[in-house]
Design a protein around this ligand. Sequence first.
Ligand SMILES: *[C@@H]1O[C@H](CO)[C@@H](O)[C@H](O)[C@H]1NC(C)=O
Ligand SMILES: *[C@@H]1O[C@H](CO)[C@@H](O)[C@H](O)[C@H]1NC(C)=O
Ligand SMILES: *[C@@H]1O[C@H](CO)[C@@H](O)[C@H](O)[C@H]1NC(C)=O
Ligand SMILES: *[C@@H]1O[C@H](CO)[C@@H](O)[C@H](O)[C@H]1NC(C)=O
Ligand SMILES: [Zn+2]
Length: 339
Amino acid sequence: MLRGLFIIFLLSSTVSSNQWNYGQLGPDIWSDYYPLCAGNSQSPINILTACTKYRNLKPFQLTSSYDEKHYFTLRNNGHTVIGIINQEYKQSPLVIAGGGLNGTFEFVNFHLHWGENYKSGSEHQINGIKYAGEIHFVYLNRLTSQMAVLGIFMQSYADSEAIRLDENDKTRQEWQRYFDITQTLKSENDSTVFNLNFRSLIGDNLADFWRYQGSLTTPPCSEGVIWTIFKQPIVFLETQFRTLRDNIYFEDYRGPQPLYNRTVYRNFHNETLSSIPDYNRCLLDSQNEKLKDKSLVFGLIHCSTHSFFLFLLCFYSLIIFAVFIFFKLRYSIWKKKFE
Ligand SMILES: *[C@@H]1O[C@H](CO)[C@@H](O)[C@H](O)[C@H]1NC(C)=O
Ligand SMILES: *[C@@H]1O[C@H](CO)[C@@H](O)[C@H](O)[C@H]1NC(C)=O
Ligand SMILES: *[C@@H]1O[C@H](CO)[C@@H](O)[C@H](O)[C@H]1NC(C)=O
Ligand SMILES: *[C@@H]1O[C@H](CO)[C@@H](O)[C@H](O)[C@H]1NC(C)=O
Ligand SMILES: [Zn+2]
């Protein structure tokens, strides 16, 4: 009895609000404390481009308020730095519509996920490829309580392949301001108020995207989230990621979850396939299915048209098979009668 109580006490004391991280209490055991994390509509996923289905989804519309500077509260929440609209300023809301979403969605927060080097950190993967990071813009439809997350990949290059980047790029300049300020938020609950231009942050490559139904990528992993993953990444410098890794957290991303029976849609026509055959397998599978169907029909046609002799052979084997089945049935009925 006492022992049981002790175990209950132990359990309840460990199930506090923050029983997860990206280390010892990492993504693989989140479901120990947060059972929803083992659901079958979880995020992120590995998007197999060969398996996506085209769907005609309208482009996203951003309100004009995106052109204004907004004051955000940036706070280290113990897992990442999260940005919410600062309520002390009177500011017009950041709203999106279109993109195949039902109604208008209001901005809730934005935050980043990143990893240990320039080839890991994004939560979603494209044919098994990870980017250096992923930006999440979280939105909510206040009428339907539908949550929608827009994900934009953050690309980075090894120092050795340092590419020439346009220094006047508005998007990267704005993110540089963001990196400069966030690197000061080293400890949990450190926060600051800072203004940012959202149009610049979000960039202008919102044309092509993937769409699927998923979940929050952090506990409690609640499902029912509409995901939009944009095809075009924003290019960053490896030094910018280093300020995150060195000052905030080393890494903070969850790996891809099983797709189960979900379909990933794309809003653009021509999908690029993987150079690794494994990742195109679903395409091969569906092609093989079709081939199998065809081969059965073609086999019969072939059989009956190739030569008269083959036709007879097919015909007689069919007759013999039918007679066999007939007598087998008769026999079992007859046997039952006498039992
Ligand atoms: C879209 O949202 C409206 C409420 O704004 C709701 O009545 C309707 O059922 C929703 N449609 C779909 C397809 O979810
Ligand atoms: C941060 O704030 C939360 C809520 O206010 C609190 O529960 C938590 O203990 C704080 N963390 C630290 C490290 O102070
Ligand atoms: C997927 O499976 C779940 C549960 O098994 C079911 O509720 C859902 O309707 C299925 N979705 C599709 C698209 O088949
Ligand atoms: C997409 O593919 C179709 C047919 O394969 C081709 O005619 C069309 O030009 C392609 N469009 C783009 C934008 O590449
Ligand atoms: Zn996120």
